[in-house]
Design a protein around this ligand. Structure first.
Ligand code: BJW
Length: 339
């Protein structure tokens, strides 16, 4: 594992606090999966073709152009399936197995925590999953979990003809992941080479327009358009999850620590859990590439800021509790099933 930039005194004080922490939260965002090669939402990594990724994550965008929004999500399903969990996903999963009072709140929809063996009962997916699907017809309540069909409809297959995204998995930031994909595309020349998938996240690559009839439709009602089971702006987070998180926070015992990993902490209600945990006594430890991303409230005395790649820093920070994230651990994680 690459050496990190953590100051020994900070590592020691953090690990001392972690050792005596019974109730711990983690709030995770897109930066957790950046080391797995998946782009973030905001900043340089957040462009998909000429669109701000956030602008495609709305019910209005889907109503206006369901074909475009499905192309965006189908591409992300495909990329998430090709990506591998990184050491930070495995480290959080290992901590969840060892510390019963540890709960992870993830804003990520990519399935990588689950694939790292994170116990399901200790992982709350605040913004849903790319692999959940639901019907948009108002009279139909069809939903499906863990649909890994790729492509989900033939018309959504990634067009072929160019080089593959060779460096997927080596970037350590969202922007880096986007850049490496584009470099892979254009470094090899603009002429189609046949057989390899085109990087349709780059708007220099032509993308077919898709007829509404070729988008995924509901197998139950027959005519409703299906949509990804993610939470878009203006939509409620799943009530069951909100209640479970609130129940954890409102338990009489204090919360000792909240880890804030790879999130710009700009989106609510997720970002609000930092203040809620603080109000219950938690110290805050932020892991982020960007020192400016400490959430709206900023840092307070007694907090920690660990600057760098979560894929490197998280396993190092948690090492005193979980040991080394070795290949054995990864295999154990993959077999883990907490029912
Ligand atoms: C690294 C790294 C590396 C890079 N290592 N770090 C209170 C105040 C103001 C507004 C609101 C409020 N409450 C609600 C709102 C409205 C709105 C909102 O929050 N707006 C804000 C923008 C101001 N919230 C909502 O609409 C929510 N719904 C709601 O509140 O409903 C209420 C309601 C009530 C009654 C009726 C109806 C409704 C829903 C929010 C849903 C967000 N959805 C998305 C899309 C999900 C699907 C998808 O994935 O496509 O969630 S938007 C997008 O942002 C996605 C993410 O999960 C989320 C957070 O982004 P994240 O993960 O933080 O990513 P980035 O890119 O922002 O940051 C990455 C970070 O990683 C950066 O800091 C990098 O530096 C760092 N990094 N590489 C470590 N290697």
């Amino acid at each position: 594992m690459a050496s990190s930039s953590i100051k020994p005194a900070d590592l020691e004080s953090f690990q001392n606090h972690l050792r005596y922490s019974d109730r711990v939260l983690a709030l995770c965002g897109a930066g957790l999966s950046a080391a797995s090669g998946l782009p973030t939402f905001r900043g340089a990594g957040g462009l998909w073709r000429s669109y701000d990724a956030v602008s495609l994550a709305t019910p209005e965008a889907f109503a206006r152009d369901p074909g475009l929004v499905w192309q965006f999500y189908s591409y992300r399903r495909h990329m998430a399936l090709q990506a591998q969990p990184n050491p930070a996903h495995y480290a959080l999963a290992a901590l969840a197995r060892r510390k019963k009072g540890f709960l992870t709140l993830s804003q990520n929809v990519d399935g990588l925590s689950q694939r790292a063996g994170h116990p399901a009962s200790r992982l709350h997916l605040l913004h849903g999953s790319l692999f959940d699907i639901k019907c948009t017809a108002f009279y139909c309540n069809y939903t499906e979990s863990n649909n890994f069909t790729d492509p989900i409809a033939p018309a959504l297959a990634i067009p072929k003809g160019g080089p593959s995204p060779a460096s997927l998995g080596t970037a350590t930031s969202g922007a880096g992941a986007t850049e490496s994909l584009q470099h892979a595309m254009h470094g090899a020349g603009s002429k189609p080479q046949g057989g390899k998938e085109l990087d349709i996240s780059d708007d220099r690559v032509e993308m077919p327009e898709i007829d509404a009839k070729d988008l995924p439709h509901c197998p139950r009602c027959g005519d409703g358009l299906l949509r990804p089971g993610v939470v878009w702006f203006g939509e409620r987070l799943p009530e069951k999850i909100i209640n479970e998180v609130d129940n954890f926070i409102e338990e009489p015992k204090k919360i000792d620590l909240i880890l804030v990993i790879g999130t710009s902490a700009q989106v609510y209600p997720a970002a609000g859990y930092i203040d809620k945990a603080r109000a219950k006594g938690a110290r805050v430890a932020v892991v982020n590439m960007d020192r400016a991303d400490t959430g709206r409230g900023g840092l307070e005395k007694g907090d920690w800021f660990f600057e760098g790649d979560a894929g490197v820093l998280v396993p190092e920070l948690l090492k005193s509790e979980i040991g080394d994230i070795s290949n054995t651990e990864r295999r154990a994680g993959n077999r883990e099933d907490d029912g």
